[in-house]
Design a protein around this ligand. Sequence first.
Ligand code: ECH
Length: 321
Amino acid sequence: MSLSLESAQKIFSGTQVPSPIPATIALFEQLSVDDKLALLWFAYTELGRTITPAAPGAARLQLAEGLLNQIKKMSNDEQMQVMREMTDHVDTPLSRSYANFSVNTKLAFWYELGELMKQGIVTPVPPGYQMGAGVKVVLEAIQKLDPGQQITVLRNTVVDMGYDPGADSSNYAKAAMEPMFPRTTPSPTKITIEGVTEPAVLSYIEALNVDNFDAAVALFTPNGALQPPFQKPIVGPQAIAAYLRAEAQGLNIMPETGISEVLVDGSKQIKITGRVQTPWFGVQLGMNIAWRFLINPEGKIFFVAIDMLASPQELLNLRPA
Ligand code: ECH
């Protein structure tokens, strides 16, 4: 029996709980452009009271330097206009350059603009801005999320900005030409998962913890797939490698417990829960994550879905189904 992607996506579906992240992003999308920018500023400054991102290194900022220098030279009105155009996906040279950045460079660009806002060099909200009722609703929705979910919402809005005339997956390739994201915390060296000893799973985690994406991809079947949180599966080793290079740099992966079940055809479904640290926030923040693996009878990864969980309670939710 050959494994199908469709049935793989359904493994352990009984343990899934609806995530508030897409709902919060949908609320955000309904705001006016000025409300969006103001919301991000309020959410980011509020988050900053408890956790702050690590300053991106000089090498990364250099990639965004051209854009940042243009913006620094502008008047406050022009700066506001540029930020509105990026948020509204207006086709401008600046929006296009931004869309060409990798995820980490996009984040570094806004990190730097945020610093310039704190210093008063760039205005965070238009003069005379009045907060709309919608902003309060979205802010409250964000406040209810756990920190890992909050930074996911921020990150998704940043990724989505700018104007990209091509397919959005094309900028995964950009990351290959950019410097690696430095690890802010040493990664765990010895991985043990209570209840799971599957070699492919352990090797996958170990490979990601040393940014060895080629080794991670070699564990997949030729038609294997990886499904990131809230996304469609990415199919095939080449596409997975490009994705991991763009999105998984510097992650510290700390699985805790799991369950493993052998299916009639000899394949295995394995669910693991644990924590992941992003190099942007290091030890300040552990995201609660679940992995759902489908391993073929030869021990290769046919499918892995990565799910973002809300709470440590959900981490314990390992019931098979
Ligand atoms: C200001 C106002 C104007 C508008 C904007 C502003 C700036 C905002 C800034 C935001 C910065 C946000 C940051 C967010 C970082 C989030 C990182 C996350 C990482 C999650 C990673 C995960 C990885 C999971 C995976 C695993 C695998 O096994 C396979 C691969 C993969 C305020 C100026 C915009 C500056 C820095 C959420 C979950 C575990 C799927 C990758």
